[in-house]
Design a binder for this molecule. Structure first.
Ligand code: NAD
Length: 272
C-alpha cells in the first residue's frame, strides 16, 4: 500500500513514495498541494532550502490531520551554505522555517568540490544531537561517495539522484546497495518528457495504467524511493495509485533496456 516504507541503514522507516515540491509556490499553492497529497495517502514531502517554500511546507504539516511522527520531511542544504558552521546555521534556518523540532532527513543537495566532507561532519553532529532522524546526500556519483566514505563516521542513509528509464544508473545503484545507501529518484517522470515513448505507452495500455504510473511502479520494483512532483489534484492521486498492480519481468526488462545514461538536468560532476 501507499504506506509501505523502506528501512534506512539506521532503522528509520522512509515511505517509498513521496511528494516533490520543487517549484510549488510558497504559501497557498504548496499548502493546498500538500493537503491534497496527504488526503491521498502521501506521508513524505521533499523540499529544499533553495525551493523557498519551507514555510509553506511547515504550515501545511501543521494543518493536516496527521500526527507529526507519521510524516516524513526531507530538506537539503544548498551549495552556498557548505562548511561546518554554515551548514549548521542553514539547518537551523530550515528547521525554523518548517517549524519542526526534528527534521526526518537532511541532505547535502550537491557535492560542492572540496567542501562536502566538512559539511558532512556538520550533518553527523546534527544527527548525533538528535536534531535530524537521518542524514544523506544528493547528486553524489560513486567517486563522490568514495571520497565521503573515506572520512565519514556515518554512512549516508540516502542518495537522491536524477533517475528515470533513460538514466537508470546501474553501477551507482549497485554501489549504493553494497554500502547500505537507499537510492531515491528525483525527476522520476523526466518532467513529462517520455510519456509518449512507445515502450512506456505499450506497457501502460497492457495494464490499463497511465505512463506516469508505469514509470513510478518501475521505481518501486527497482527498490528506488520516488518523489514525483505535481500540484494538480488528479495527478497527485494518479501518481499514488501504483500499489495495486505489478509489472512482470518482461515489462521490467523492456523499461530497463531504455537506459542510455541520458540526463536532462544538472550533472553532478560539473554542476556545483
Ligand atoms: P518530475 O519528474 O516529478 O515531473 C514533474 C512534472 O511532471 C510536473 O510538474 C508535471 O508537469 C508533470 N506530471 C507529474 N505527474 C504527472 C502525471 N501524472 N501526468 C502527467 N504529467 C505529470 O520532476 P521534478 O519536479 O524535477 O522532480 C520531482 C522532485 O524531485 C522535485 O519536486 C524535487 O522535490 C526533487 N528534485 C530534487 C533535485 C535534487 O537536486 N536533489 C532536483 C530536481 C528535483
Amino acid at each position: 500500500s501507499i504506506h509501505e516504507r523502506t528501512t534506512l541503514n539506521n532503522g528509520v522507516k522512509m515511505p517509498w513514495l513521496g511528494l516533490g515540491v520543487y517549484k510549488a509556490e510558497d504559501g497557498r499553492e504548496v499548502i493546498n498541494t500538500i493537503k491534497e497529497a496527504v488526503s491521498a495517502g502521501y506521508r513524505s514531502i521533499d523540499t529544499a532550502a533553495i525551493y523557498e517554500n519551507e514555510e509553506g511546507v511547515g504550515e501545511a504539516i501543521r494543518q493536516v490531520n496527521v500526527p507529526r511522527e507519521e510524516l516524513f520531511i526531507t530538506t537539503k542544504v544548498w551549495n552556498d551554505r557548505h562548511g561546518y558552521d554554515e551548514a549548521i546555521k542553514a539547518f537551523e534556518e530550515s528547521r525554523e522555517k518548517l517549524g519542526v523540532d526534528v527534521i526526518d532527513l537532511y541532505l547535502i543537495h550537491w557535492p560542492v568540490t572540496g567542501k562536502f566532507t566538512e559539511t558532512w561532519k556538520a550533518l553527523e553532529h546534527l544527527y548525533k544531537e538528535g536534531r535530524v532522524r537521518a542524514i544523506g546526500v544528493s547528486n553524489f556519483n560513486i567517486h563522490h561517495l568514495e571520497t565521503l566514505l573515506e572520512e565519514a563516521e556515518i554512512v549516508p542513509a540516502v542518495n537522491q539522484m536524477e533517475y528515470h528509464p533513460l538514466l537508470a544508473l546501474p553501477e551507482l545503484h549497485a554501489f549504493c546497495k553494497e554500502k547500505g545507501i537507499q537510492l531515491e529518484a528525483w525527476s522520476p517522470l523526466t518532467r513529462g518528457r517520455i510519456f509518449d515513448d512507445p515502450i512506456i505507452r505499450s506497457i501502460a495500455e497492457k495494464h490499463g495504467k497511465s505512463p506516469a504510473q508505469i514509470i513510478l511502479r518501475w521505481d518501486l520494483q527497482n527498490e528506488v524511493v520516488t518523489i514525483p512532483k505535481s500540484v494538480t489534484p488528479s495527478r497527485i492521486r494518479e501518481n499514488a495509485a501504483i500499489f495495486d498492480f505489478e509489472l512482470d519481468q518482461e515489462d521490467m526488462d523492456k523499461i530497463n533496456s531504455m537506459n542510455k545514461n541520458h540526463r536532462f538536468s544538472g550533472d553532478p560532476d560539473t554542476f556545483a
